[in-house]
Write a protein that binds this ligand. Structure first.
Ligand code: SF4
Length: 401
């Protein structure tokens, strides 16, 4: 396959990192993902609603970019931004990894429910004025799959979570594998991290990036040549591009549980409560093949339409005019009406477009799901009739009679 690493690829209309063309199974290109119409990054609804600060938006963290992605970005116009992060001491052989101090600040912010509100934690790759991502084609799996709103609610979010798990597991496995290709095996670096555990409490108090003592111990002979290391990682990954999913599937993930536990112990109780689970061997990891299978199942079920059944608008559903306090529908333009009803888990508010309101009006009477329905003018007027049906069925607005 030709090298796609330096361009974005399109999955269901979403621009994804080019590395995914090589890291994920070939059939991932056919995944049908939700459009996520309300995650309108151009206007950033959470900023307009006062949930995030404009200087952060949803980029209020230091993304853990894998080593080979940094190496790719270093060979692109983004190289200066990556060089600055390297100079600030936030890189280890795995890739971008926040120093103990930066991690402590970030997790304290999350524990206080203030993610996206601390300007000093804004991602260094986010442009302060245009808000564009400086490493867009190389961004990590979390950045690529995060949406602040989900057209299909929690079911759509589950599909994105599984895709994030698949891509994240693959990128982390390949990052560890490629370290060995440069003579710096992940197992040895993890052991060196564990050996540094007694020092971590002191580092949490210190300002800035990783202390020199840690960088000396973890980078070995590559210390001072980090840029060359990342570029070498990118070259090895490009050379093995046709076998990356197999490499990632076979890879046994290395961890540094001693270091992680020491870091957790050094944090205040509120931060400890939201500390990620430590990989100490007590919990089994989901294999990559199984993640791929689960993702395909969830994606298929997302779009299932029970053809042959009669459905109607849920009892008590109300389509109302312009809302006064909720700004989200105003931001997305056109969708100024709300559809409100009581779902299985409480009150639900959706924001149908005028065309969707006209289609929903059909369902005030029971409608048989089939070709005749799909040919009605109110349905053919929709951009994506089948997606409309799947979405409103999934959200509980349309129910079986
Ligand atoms: S890498 Fe890009 S998308 Fe990810 S947090 Fe930074 S600016 Fe945002």
């Amino acid at each position: 396959m030709p090298d796609r690493f330096h361009e974005t690829i399109t999955l269901s209309g979403h621009a994804m990192p080019g590395a995914w063309a090589h890291l994920l199974p070939e059939d991932a290109q056919w995944l049908r993902l939700p459009r996520e119409r309300f995650a309108a990054c151009g206007t950033c609804p959470p900023v307009e609603l006062g949930d995030f600060s404009s200087s952060c938006r949803c980029c209020g963290y230091l993304p853990q970019m894998p080593n080979f992605a940094l190496g790719l970005a270093l060979q692109s116009p983004s190289r200066d931004a990556v060089r600055e992060v390297i100079a600030a001491g936030h890189v280890l052989p795995f890739g971008l990894l926040p120093s103990p101090r930066l991690f402590a600040d970030a997790i304290a912010t999350n524990a206080a429910g203030r993610f996206g509100e601390e300007p000093e934690l804004a991602c260094p790759f986010k442009h302060p004025e245009t808000h564009q991502c400086g490493v867009y084609a190389y961004r990590n799996s979390i950045c690529s799959t995060f949406f602040c709103s989900h057209d299909h609610g929690e079911h759509g979010e589950e599909v994105w979570d599984l895709l994030q798990g698949l891509a994240g597991t693959a990128e982390s496995a390949v990052a560890q594998w490629v370290m060995g290709e440069q003579g710096l095996p992940a197992r040895e670096v993890c052991e060196a991290m564990d050996a540094l555990a007694p020092k971590v409490a002191g580092w949490v108090e210190a300002e800035g990036g990783w202390p020199s003592e840690a960088l000396d111990a973890l980078w070995g002979e590559w210390r001072g040549r980090e840029e060359a290391f990342f570029i070498a990682c990118a070259q090895s990954v490009i050379a093995e591009r046709d076998g990356l999913f197999d490499i990632a599937s076979r890879w046994i993930q290395r961890d540094a549980p001693g270091y992680d536990q020491a870091l957790k112990d050094a944090l205040p109780p509120a931060s400890q409560a939201v500390f990620p689970q430590i990989a100490d061997g007590s919990a089994e990891r989901v294999p990559l093949d199984e993640l791929w299978y689960l993702l395909q199942l969830a994606e298929r079920s997302l779009w299932q339409i029970p053809f042959g059944e009669e459905v109607r608008l849920v009892q008590g559903a109300r389509i109302e005019g312009e809302p006064s306090s909720d700004r989200l529908p105003i931001l997305v333009g056109g969708a100024r009406r709300t559809l409100q009803f009581t779902g299985e888990e409480g009150e639900v508010t959706l924001y149908p477009t005028p065309a969707e309101c006209a289609a929903l009006a059909l369902f005030e009477q029971p409608q048989l799901l089939g070709e005749a329905l799909l040919n009605l003018p109110a349905i053919t007027a929709l951009d994506e009739p089948r997606e409309f049906l799947a979405e409103f069925l999934r959200r509980g607005a349309l129910v079986a009679v």
